[in-house]
Design a protein around this ligand. Structure first.
Ligand code: 5AD
Ligand code: SF4
Length: 476
Protein backbone atom coordinates (compact mmCIF):
# COMPACT_ATOMS: atom_id res chain seq x y z
CA UNK A 1 0.00 0.00 0.00
CA UNK A 2 1.13 3.52 -0.66
CA UNK A 3 1.94 4.99 2.72
CA UNK A 4 0.62 8.39 3.65
CA UNK A 5 4.20 9.38 4.32
CA UNK A 6 4.93 8.63 0.64
CA UNK A 7 2.33 11.15 -0.38
CA UNK A 8 3.38 13.83 2.01
CA UNK A 9 7.13 13.25 1.95
CA UNK A 10 8.94 16.24 0.57
CA UNK A 11 11.54 15.35 -2.06
CA UNK A 12 15.18 16.17 -1.32
CA UNK A 13 15.55 19.89 -0.82
CA UNK A 14 15.38 21.50 -4.21
CA UNK A 15 18.44 23.53 -4.89
CA UNK A 16 18.12 27.02 -6.26
CA UNK A 17 18.27 26.73 -10.02
CA UNK A 18 19.37 29.41 -12.41
CA UNK A 19 18.15 27.96 -15.71
CA UNK A 20 16.62 30.46 -18.17
CA UNK A 21 13.06 29.33 -17.27
CA UNK A 22 13.62 30.55 -13.72
CA UNK A 23 16.08 33.42 -14.08
CA UNK A 24 15.76 36.16 -11.44
CA UNK A 25 12.89 38.41 -12.41
CA UNK A 26 13.79 41.95 -13.41
CA UNK A 27 11.89 44.62 -11.45
CA UNK A 28 8.41 44.88 -12.98
CA UNK A 29 6.95 48.34 -12.52
CA UNK A 30 4.29 48.26 -9.78
CA UNK A 31 1.46 47.36 -9.54
CA UNK A 32 2.05 43.75 -10.41
CA UNK A 33 -0.90 41.67 -11.52
CA UNK A 34 -2.01 38.33 -10.14
CA UNK A 35 -4.44 35.89 -11.76
CA UNK A 36 -5.72 33.46 -9.15
CA UNK A 37 -7.72 30.48 -10.42
CA UNK A 38 -9.68 28.52 -7.85
CA UNK A 39 -10.72 24.88 -8.24
CA UNK A 40 -12.79 22.77 -5.87
CA UNK A 41 -14.65 23.63 -2.69
CA UNK A 42 -15.71 26.82 -0.89
CA UNK A 43 -12.75 26.55 1.43
CA UNK A 44 -10.50 27.07 -1.57
CA UNK A 45 -12.58 30.13 -2.49
CA UNK A 46 -12.01 31.51 1.01
CA UNK A 47 -8.29 30.64 0.91
CA UNK A 48 -7.92 32.34 -2.47
CA UNK A 49 -9.40 35.53 -1.01
CA UNK A 50 -6.97 35.40 1.90
CA UNK A 51 -4.04 34.84 -0.48
CA UNK A 52 -5.34 37.78 -2.53
CA UNK A 53 -5.26 39.89 0.68
CA UNK A 54 -1.69 38.78 1.46
CA UNK A 55 -0.61 39.59 -2.08
CA UNK A 56 -2.37 42.98 -2.02
CA UNK A 57 -0.04 43.97 0.81
CA UNK A 58 2.83 43.05 -1.49
CA UNK A 59 1.53 45.33 -4.26
CA UNK A 60 -0.29 42.72 -6.37
CA UNK A 61 -3.61 43.64 -7.97
CA UNK A 62 -6.04 40.98 -9.18
CA UNK A 63 -6.58 40.68 -12.94
CA UNK A 64 -9.03 38.74 -15.10
CA UNK A 65 -6.79 36.82 -17.46
CA UNK A 66 -3.64 34.77 -17.40
CA UNK A 67 -2.28 36.79 -20.32
CA UNK A 68 -2.13 40.03 -18.28
CA UNK A 69 -0.67 38.39 -15.18
CA UNK A 70 2.83 38.64 -13.72
CA UNK A 71 1.85 35.88 -11.31
CA UNK A 72 -0.56 33.02 -12.03
CA UNK A 73 -1.60 31.01 -8.98
CA UNK A 74 -3.69 27.85 -9.30
CA UNK A 75 -5.52 26.98 -6.08
CA UNK A 76 -6.14 23.31 -6.68
CA UNK A 77 -8.39 20.43 -5.59
CA UNK A 78 -7.34 16.80 -5.10
CA UNK A 79 -10.63 15.26 -4.01
CA UNK A 80 -11.18 13.24 -7.20
CA UNK A 81 -8.79 12.21 -9.95
CA UNK A 82 -10.47 14.45 -12.54
CA UNK A 83 -9.99 17.52 -10.37
CA UNK A 84 -6.27 16.78 -10.00
CA UNK A 85 -5.82 16.13 -13.74
CA UNK A 86 -7.22 19.57 -14.57
CA UNK A 87 -4.19 21.11 -12.89
CA UNK A 88 -1.68 19.40 -15.14
CA UNK A 89 -3.58 20.36 -18.29
CA UNK A 90 -3.77 23.98 -17.07
CA UNK A 91 -0.02 23.89 -16.39
CA UNK A 92 0.60 22.67 -19.95
CA UNK A 93 -1.20 25.74 -21.32
CA UNK A 94 0.56 28.07 -18.90
CA UNK A 95 3.95 26.76 -19.93
CA UNK A 96 3.27 27.91 -23.51
CA UNK A 97 2.11 31.31 -22.29
CA UNK A 98 5.19 31.67 -20.11
CA UNK A 99 7.43 30.90 -23.12
CA UNK A 100 5.57 33.42 -25.29
CA UNK A 101 5.95 36.09 -22.61
CA UNK A 102 9.63 35.27 -22.16
CA UNK A 103 10.10 35.84 -25.91
CA UNK A 104 8.61 39.33 -25.36
CA UNK A 105 11.04 39.91 -22.49
CA UNK A 106 8.37 39.48 -19.77
CA UNK A 107 8.54 37.27 -16.72
CA UNK A 108 5.53 35.25 -15.59
CA UNK A 109 5.68 33.39 -12.28
CA UNK A 110 3.58 30.23 -11.96
CA UNK A 111 2.50 28.92 -8.56
CA UNK A 112 0.46 25.87 -7.53
CA UNK A 113 -1.39 26.10 -4.21
CA UNK A 114 -4.11 24.00 -2.57
CA UNK A 115 -4.58 20.29 -2.09
CA UNK A 116 -2.76 19.03 -5.22
CA UNK A 117 0.24 21.09 -4.07
CA UNK A 118 0.05 19.44 -0.65
CA UNK A 119 -0.42 15.89 -1.92
CA UNK A 120 1.93 15.88 -4.88
CA UNK A 121 4.46 18.53 -3.83
CA UNK A 122 7.80 17.88 -5.45
CA UNK A 123 6.21 15.72 -8.15
CA UNK A 124 4.67 18.89 -9.60
CA UNK A 125 8.08 20.56 -9.79
CA UNK A 126 9.43 17.48 -11.56
CA UNK A 127 6.52 17.07 -13.98
CA UNK A 128 5.97 20.75 -14.74
CA UNK A 129 9.29 22.53 -15.23
CA UNK A 130 7.62 25.92 -15.71
CA UNK A 131 6.26 25.92 -12.14
CA UNK A 132 8.19 28.26 -9.83
CA UNK A 133 6.33 27.70 -6.58
CA UNK A 134 4.36 24.93 -4.88
CA UNK A 135 2.62 25.95 -1.66
CA UNK A 136 0.31 23.85 0.53
CA UNK A 137 -2.85 25.08 2.30
CA UNK A 138 -1.20 25.30 5.73
CA UNK A 139 1.51 27.77 4.66
CA UNK A 140 -0.28 30.52 2.74
CA UNK A 141 0.97 33.10 5.20
CA UNK A 142 4.46 32.37 3.86
CA UNK A 143 3.42 33.26 0.30
CA UNK A 144 5.08 36.72 0.13
CA UNK A 145 8.37 35.31 1.45
CA UNK A 146 8.16 32.35 -0.96
CA UNK A 147 7.64 34.75 -3.88
CA UNK A 148 10.67 36.75 -2.78
CA UNK A 149 12.71 33.53 -3.00
CA UNK A 150 11.29 32.83 -6.46
CA UNK A 151 12.41 36.30 -7.47
CA UNK A 152 15.95 35.27 -6.55
CA UNK A 153 15.67 32.42 -9.06
CA UNK A 154 14.75 29.65 -6.63
CA UNK A 155 12.06 27.02 -7.25
CA UNK A 156 10.19 26.90 -3.96
CA UNK A 157 8.37 24.00 -2.28
CA UNK A 158 6.41 24.97 0.87
CA UNK A 159 4.30 22.02 1.99
CA UNK A 160 5.30 21.43 5.60
CA UNK A 161 2.52 21.56 8.13
CA UNK A 162 3.28 24.92 9.71
CA UNK A 163 3.55 25.03 13.48
CA UNK A 164 2.19 28.56 13.59
CA UNK A 165 -1.45 29.35 12.85
CA UNK A 166 -1.65 30.66 9.29
CA UNK A 167 -4.78 32.69 10.06
CA UNK A 168 -2.85 34.63 12.71
CA UNK A 169 -0.41 35.74 10.05
CA UNK A 170 -2.65 36.34 7.06
CA UNK A 171 -3.70 39.97 6.81
CA UNK A 172 -7.38 40.91 7.10
CA UNK A 173 -8.94 42.17 3.86
CA UNK A 174 -9.25 45.92 3.36
CA UNK A 175 -12.92 47.01 3.78
CA UNK A 176 -13.02 47.94 0.07
CA UNK A 177 -11.91 44.40 -0.88
CA UNK A 178 -14.65 42.91 1.31
CA UNK A 179 -17.26 45.22 -0.23
CA UNK A 180 -16.12 44.27 -3.74
CA UNK A 181 -16.66 40.59 -2.84
CA UNK A 182 -20.33 41.18 -2.10
CA UNK A 183 -22.82 40.92 0.72
CA UNK A 184 -22.23 37.24 1.42
CA UNK A 185 -18.94 35.89 2.72
CA UNK A 186 -17.26 32.64 3.61
CA UNK A 187 -15.49 32.36 6.94
CA UNK A 188 -13.31 29.35 7.74
CA UNK A 189 -13.82 28.31 11.38
CA UNK A 190 -12.39 24.80 11.26
CA UNK A 191 -9.99 23.01 9.02
CA UNK A 192 -8.89 19.42 8.52
CA UNK A 193 -10.46 16.10 9.37
CA UNK A 194 -9.82 13.21 11.78
CA UNK A 195 -12.61 10.98 10.49
CA UNK A 196 -10.58 9.07 7.86
CA UNK A 197 -13.38 7.95 5.59
CA UNK A 198 -11.65 5.34 3.46
CA UNK A 199 -12.27 7.13 0.14
CA UNK A 200 -11.11 10.58 1.16
CA UNK A 201 -7.82 12.47 0.78
CA UNK A 202 -8.83 15.35 3.04
CA UNK A 203 -7.19 14.07 6.27
CA UNK A 204 -3.90 13.89 4.34
CA UNK A 205 -4.13 17.14 2.37
CA UNK A 206 -5.68 19.36 5.04
CA UNK A 207 -4.30 17.62 8.10
CA UNK A 208 -6.02 16.92 11.39
CA UNK A 209 -9.00 18.83 12.75
CA UNK A 210 -8.21 22.32 14.03
CA UNK A 211 -10.77 24.88 15.25
CA UNK A 212 -10.10 28.61 15.13
CA UNK A 213 -10.59 30.28 18.52
CA UNK A 214 -13.94 31.95 19.28
CA UNK A 215 -12.46 35.45 19.58
CA UNK A 216 -10.77 35.21 16.14
CA UNK A 217 -13.92 33.99 14.44
CA UNK A 218 -16.08 36.65 16.11
CA UNK A 219 -13.51 39.36 15.31
CA UNK A 220 -13.43 38.39 11.65
CA UNK A 221 -17.24 38.20 11.49
CA UNK A 222 -17.52 41.69 13.03
CA UNK A 223 -15.06 43.11 10.49
CA UNK A 224 -16.99 41.51 7.63
CA UNK A 225 -20.30 42.86 8.99
CA UNK A 226 -18.82 46.35 9.36
CA UNK A 227 -17.94 46.22 5.64
CA UNK A 228 -21.51 45.39 4.63
CA UNK A 229 -21.61 41.59 4.71
CA UNK A 230 -25.12 40.35 5.62
CA UNK A 231 -24.74 36.60 5.26
CA UNK A 232 -21.93 34.43 6.61
CA UNK A 233 -21.27 30.84 5.63
CA UNK A 234 -19.04 29.17 8.19
CA UNK A 235 -16.68 26.73 6.55
CA UNK A 236 -14.89 23.61 7.68
CA UNK A 237 -14.28 20.14 6.28
CA UNK A 238 -16.02 19.03 9.47
CA UNK A 239 -17.55 22.34 10.43
CA UNK A 240 -19.89 20.88 13.04
CA UNK A 241 -16.87 19.49 14.90
CA UNK A 242 -15.89 23.12 15.68
CA UNK A 243 -15.18 23.57 19.35
CA UNK A 244 -13.87 26.41 21.46
CA UNK A 245 -14.04 27.99 24.90
CA UNK A 246 -15.60 31.24 26.08
CA UNK A 247 -13.97 33.82 28.39
CA UNK A 248 -15.11 31.84 31.43
CA UNK A 249 -13.47 28.68 30.09
CA UNK A 250 -16.79 27.00 29.19
CA UNK A 251 -16.59 24.48 26.33
CA UNK A 252 -18.50 25.60 23.24
CA UNK A 253 -19.73 23.86 20.10
CA UNK A 254 -20.89 25.11 16.72
CA UNK A 255 -24.43 25.77 18.01
CA UNK A 256 -22.97 28.16 20.62
CA UNK A 257 -20.79 29.85 18.01
CA UNK A 258 -23.82 30.40 15.77
CA UNK A 259 -25.73 31.96 18.70
CA UNK A 260 -22.85 34.36 19.28
CA UNK A 261 -22.53 35.31 15.60
CA UNK A 262 -26.29 35.88 15.29
CA UNK A 263 -25.90 38.78 17.76
CA UNK A 264 -23.56 40.75 15.48
CA UNK A 265 -25.35 43.82 14.12
CA UNK A 266 -25.76 43.57 10.35
CA UNK A 267 -25.44 39.79 10.17
CA UNK A 268 -28.88 38.67 9.08
CA UNK A 269 -28.16 35.19 7.82
CA UNK A 270 -25.94 32.31 8.86
CA UNK A 271 -25.11 29.04 7.15
CA UNK A 272 -22.47 26.37 7.67
CA UNK A 273 -20.95 23.59 5.63
CA UNK A 274 -19.86 20.69 5.54
CA UNK A 275 -21.18 18.57 8.40
CA UNK A 276 -20.65 14.98 9.46
CA UNK A 277 -23.75 13.21 10.84
CA UNK A 278 -21.84 12.06 13.95
CA UNK A 279 -21.12 15.65 14.98
CA UNK A 280 -24.71 16.99 14.89
CA UNK A 281 -25.18 17.59 18.62
CA UNK A 282 -28.25 18.75 20.55
CA UNK A 283 -27.03 22.35 20.87
CA UNK A 284 -26.62 22.61 17.12
CA UNK A 285 -30.06 21.11 16.49
CA UNK A 286 -31.51 23.56 19.05
CA UNK A 287 -29.81 26.43 17.17
CA UNK A 288 -31.84 25.41 14.10
CA UNK A 289 -34.98 25.72 16.25
CA UNK A 290 -34.09 28.97 18.03
CA UNK A 291 -32.11 31.17 15.66
CA UNK A 292 -34.10 32.94 12.94
CA UNK A 293 -30.79 33.98 11.34
CA UNK A 294 -29.73 30.36 10.88
CA UNK A 295 -31.07 29.50 7.45
CA UNK A 296 -33.22 26.37 7.15
CA UNK A 297 -30.73 24.59 4.93
CA UNK A 298 -28.35 21.81 5.86
CA UNK A 299 -25.68 20.03 3.85
CA UNK A 300 -25.40 16.67 5.59
CA UNK A 301 -23.63 14.04 3.47
CA UNK A 302 -24.28 10.33 3.99
CA UNK A 303 -22.45 9.00 0.86
CA UNK A 304 -24.33 5.69 0.68
CA UNK A 305 -27.57 4.16 1.93
CA UNK A 306 -26.06 0.70 2.47
CA UNK A 307 -24.83 -0.22 5.96
CA UNK A 308 -22.28 -2.59 4.46
CA UNK A 309 -20.80 0.19 2.32
CA UNK A 310 -21.04 2.78 5.13
CA UNK A 311 -18.96 0.40 7.24
CA UNK A 312 -16.40 -0.12 4.46
CA UNK A 313 -16.25 3.68 4.09
CA UNK A 314 -15.57 3.98 7.84
CA UNK A 315 -18.46 6.41 8.26
CA UNK A 316 -19.18 4.95 11.70
CA UNK A 317 -22.95 5.19 11.58
CA UNK A 318 -25.77 3.27 9.95
CA UNK A 319 -28.32 4.48 7.42
CA UNK A 320 -31.08 4.30 10.06
CA UNK A 321 -29.06 6.57 12.41
CA UNK A 322 -28.95 9.17 9.66
CA UNK A 323 -32.68 8.93 8.94
CA UNK A 324 -33.45 9.29 12.66
CA UNK A 325 -31.10 12.27 12.92
CA UNK A 326 -32.77 13.99 9.97
CA UNK A 327 -36.15 13.45 11.67
CA UNK A 328 -34.86 15.12 14.84
CA UNK A 329 -33.48 18.12 12.93
CA UNK A 330 -36.71 18.44 10.94
CA UNK A 331 -38.70 18.31 14.16
CA UNK A 332 -36.65 21.30 15.36
CA UNK A 333 -36.92 23.16 12.04
CA UNK A 334 -39.78 21.80 9.91
CA UNK A 335 -39.01 23.92 6.83
CA UNK A 336 -35.41 22.63 6.64
CA UNK A 337 -34.12 21.86 3.13
CA UNK A 338 -31.65 19.03 3.09
CA UNK A 339 -28.64 18.64 0.84
CA UNK A 340 -26.18 15.76 0.66
CA UNK A 341 -23.24 14.09 -1.06
CA UNK A 342 -23.29 10.59 -2.53
CA UNK A 343 -20.64 8.31 -3.93
CA UNK A 344 -21.62 5.47 -6.27
CA UNK A 345 -19.38 2.51 -7.09
CA UNK A 346 -17.36 2.37 -3.89
CA UNK A 347 -15.35 -0.91 -4.00
CA UNK A 348 -17.62 -3.89 -3.40
CA UNK A 349 -20.87 -1.95 -4.02
CA UNK A 350 -23.46 -4.41 -5.37
CA UNK A 351 -26.72 -3.62 -7.12
CA UNK A 352 -28.42 -4.28 -3.78
CA UNK A 353 -26.20 -1.76 -1.99
CA UNK A 354 -26.90 0.79 -4.67
CA UNK A 355 -30.64 0.14 -4.39
CA UNK A 356 -30.30 0.91 -0.65
CA UNK A 357 -28.91 4.34 -1.62
CA UNK A 358 -31.87 4.98 -3.92
CA UNK A 359 -34.25 3.87 -1.15
CA UNK A 360 -32.59 6.20 1.34
CA UNK A 361 -32.89 9.14 -1.07
CA UNK A 362 -36.58 8.32 -1.54
CA UNK A 363 -37.10 8.11 2.22
CA UNK A 364 -35.22 11.30 3.14
CA UNK A 365 -36.07 13.64 0.24
CA UNK A 366 -33.36 16.11 -0.79
CA UNK A 367 -33.79 19.70 -1.95
CA UNK A 368 -30.35 19.50 -3.52
CA UNK A 369 -27.49 17.01 -3.69
CA UNK A 370 -24.08 16.30 -5.16
CA UNK A 371 -23.22 12.84 -6.44
CA UNK A 372 -20.01 11.36 -7.74
CA UNK A 373 -18.51 8.19 -9.13
CA UNK A 374 -16.01 6.73 -6.69
CA UNK A 375 -12.55 7.88 -7.69
CA UNK A 376 -9.55 5.89 -6.46
CA UNK A 377 -7.22 8.18 -4.51
CA UNK A 378 -3.67 6.94 -3.98
CA UNK A 379 -2.77 6.56 -0.32
CA UNK A 380 -6.35 6.18 0.92
CA UNK A 381 -7.45 2.76 2.26
CA UNK A 382 -10.16 2.50 -0.43
CA UNK A 383 -7.52 2.40 -3.15
CA UNK A 384 -6.26 -0.96 -1.88
CA UNK A 385 -9.65 -2.67 -1.69
CA UNK A 386 -10.33 -5.57 -4.02
CA UNK A 387 -13.58 -5.49 -5.94
CA UNK A 388 -13.23 -2.11 -7.60
CA UNK A 389 -16.43 -1.43 -9.52
CA UNK A 390 -16.38 -1.27 -13.30
CA UNK A 391 -16.46 2.30 -14.72
CA UNK A 392 -19.49 1.54 -16.93
CA UNK A 393 -21.43 0.25 -13.89
CA UNK A 394 -20.50 3.39 -11.92
CA UNK A 395 -21.63 5.60 -14.81
CA UNK A 396 -24.98 3.82 -15.11
CA UNK A 397 -25.61 4.03 -11.34
CA UNK A 398 -24.67 7.69 -11.26
CA UNK A 399 -27.13 8.41 -14.03
CA UNK A 400 -29.96 6.66 -12.16
CA UNK A 401 -29.14 8.39 -8.87
CA UNK A 402 -28.84 11.81 -10.49
CA UNK A 403 -32.20 11.38 -12.26
CA UNK A 404 -33.83 10.72 -8.88
CA UNK A 405 -32.02 13.58 -7.12
CA UNK A 406 -32.84 15.99 -9.94
CA UNK A 407 -36.52 15.10 -9.80
CA UNK A 408 -36.50 15.70 -6.02
CA UNK A 409 -34.80 19.06 -6.57
CA UNK A 410 -37.44 20.03 -9.15
CA UNK A 411 -40.25 18.90 -6.84
CA UNK A 412 -38.78 21.00 -4.04
CA UNK A 413 -38.46 24.05 -6.31
CA UNK A 414 -42.03 23.67 -7.64
CA UNK A 415 -43.24 23.27 -4.05
CA UNK A 416 -41.89 26.77 -3.36
CA UNK A 417 -44.25 28.40 -5.87
CA UNK A 418 -46.78 30.56 -4.05
CA UNK A 419 -44.67 30.83 -0.89
CA UNK A 420 -43.72 34.20 0.59
CA UNK A 421 -40.08 34.42 1.55
CA UNK A 422 -37.29 36.82 2.49
CA UNK A 423 -34.76 37.34 -0.26
CA UNK A 424 -31.24 38.68 0.26
CA UNK A 425 -30.36 40.64 -2.89
CA UNK A 426 -26.86 39.69 -4.00
CA UNK A 427 -26.17 40.86 -7.55
CA UNK A 428 -27.65 42.38 -10.71
CA UNK A 429 -29.58 40.02 -12.99
CA UNK A 430 -29.14 39.62 -16.73
CA UNK A 431 -32.05 41.94 -17.67
CA UNK A 432 -32.09 45.66 -16.83
CA UNK A 433 -33.89 46.25 -13.51
CA UNK A 434 -33.50 42.60 -12.54
CA UNK A 435 -31.75 41.52 -9.34
CA UNK A 436 -30.72 38.08 -8.17
CA UNK A 437 -31.00 37.00 -4.57
CA UNK A 438 -30.91 33.81 -2.52
CA UNK A 439 -33.85 32.13 -0.89
CA UNK A 440 -33.43 30.78 2.66
CA UNK A 441 -32.94 27.38 0.94
CA UNK A 442 -30.00 28.65 -1.13
CA UNK A 443 -31.87 28.82 -4.43
CA UNK A 444 -31.16 31.69 -6.85
CA UNK A 445 -34.23 33.88 -7.23
CA UNK A 446 -34.75 36.49 -9.98
CA UNK A 447 -36.86 39.58 -9.25
CA UNK A 448 -37.69 42.84 -11.00
CA UNK A 449 -37.20 45.31 -8.20
CA UNK A 450 -37.15 49.10 -8.02
CA UNK A 451 -36.01 51.29 -5.15
CA UNK A 452 -34.02 48.51 -3.52
CA UNK A 453 -30.36 47.69 -3.57
CA UNK A 454 -27.93 44.84 -3.24
CA UNK A 455 -27.67 43.87 0.43
CA UNK A 456 -31.37 44.55 1.10
CA UNK A 457 -33.59 41.76 2.35
CA UNK A 458 -37.02 42.03 0.77
CA UNK A 459 -40.32 40.13 0.98
CA UNK A 460 -41.20 38.35 -2.25
CA UNK A 461 -43.68 35.76 -3.48
CA UNK A 462 -42.29 32.90 -5.58
CA UNK A 463 -44.10 32.78 -8.91
CA UNK A 464 -42.18 30.25 -10.97
CA UNK A 465 -39.42 27.66 -11.03
CA UNK A 466 -36.87 27.09 -13.81
CA UNK A 467 -34.30 24.26 -13.87
CA UNK A 468 -31.71 26.22 -11.85
CA UNK A 469 -33.47 29.23 -10.38
CA UNK A 470 -36.78 30.65 -9.18
CA UNK A 471 -38.76 33.75 -10.17
CA UNK A 472 -40.54 36.02 -7.72
CA UNK A 473 -42.63 39.19 -7.38
CA UNK A 474 -41.78 41.85 -4.84
CA UNK A 475 -44.44 42.35 -2.14
CA UNK A 476 -45.28 45.71 -0.67
N1 5AD B 1 -14.39 9.68 -4.98
C1 5AD B 1 -15.59 10.26 -5.24
N2 5AD B 1 -16.12 11.22 -4.49
C2 5AD B 1 -15.42 11.63 -3.41
N3 5AD B 1 -15.68 12.54 -2.46
C3 5AD B 1 -14.65 12.58 -1.61
N4 5AD B 1 -13.71 11.69 -1.96
C4 5AD B 1 -14.17 11.08 -3.08
C5 5AD B 1 -13.66 10.05 -3.92
N5 5AD B 1 -12.50 9.46 -3.67
C6 5AD B 1 -16.94 13.29 -2.41
C7 5AD B 1 -17.72 12.96 -1.14
C8 5AD B 1 -17.51 14.20 -0.31
C9 5AD B 1 -17.42 15.26 -1.37
C10 5AD B 1 -16.78 16.52 -0.93
O1 5AD B 1 -16.65 14.67 -2.39
O2 5AD B 1 -19.08 12.80 -1.48
O3 5AD B 1 -18.57 14.43 0.61
FE1 SF4 C 1 -13.36 13.25 3.92
FE2 SF4 C 1 -14.91 11.83 5.54
FE3 SF4 C 1 -13.40 13.81 6.51
FE4 SF4 C 1 -15.51 14.40 4.96
S1 SF4 C 1 -15.59 13.41 6.96
S2 SF4 C 1 -13.48 15.29 4.83
S3 SF4 C 1 -15.52 12.71 3.54
S4 SF4 C 1 -12.66 11.94 5.60
Amino acid sequence: MTEISDILAAPPALQPTLDPDHAPAPETPAPRKVFLKTYGCQMNVYDSERMQDALARDGYEPCDSEAEADLVLLNTCHIREKAAEKVYSALGRLRELKKKKAAEGKVMTIGVAGCVAQAEGGEILRRAPSVDLVIGPQTYHRLPEALARVKQGERVLETDYALEDKFEHLPAPKPAATRARGVTAFLTVQEGCDKFCTFCVVPYTRGSEVSRPLSRVVGEAERLAASGVRELTLLGQNVNAWHGVDDAGKELGLGDLLRRLAEIPGIARLRYTTSHPRDMDETLIAAHRDLPALMPYLHLPIQSGSDRILKAMNRRHKAADYVALVQRIRAARPDLALSGDFIVGFPGETEEDFQATLDLVEAVGYAQAFSFKYSTRPGTPGADLADQVDEAVKAARLERLQALLFSQQQDFARGCIGRTIDLLLEKPGRMPGQLIGRSPWLQSVNVDAKGVEIGDIIRVRITGAGPNSLFADVLG
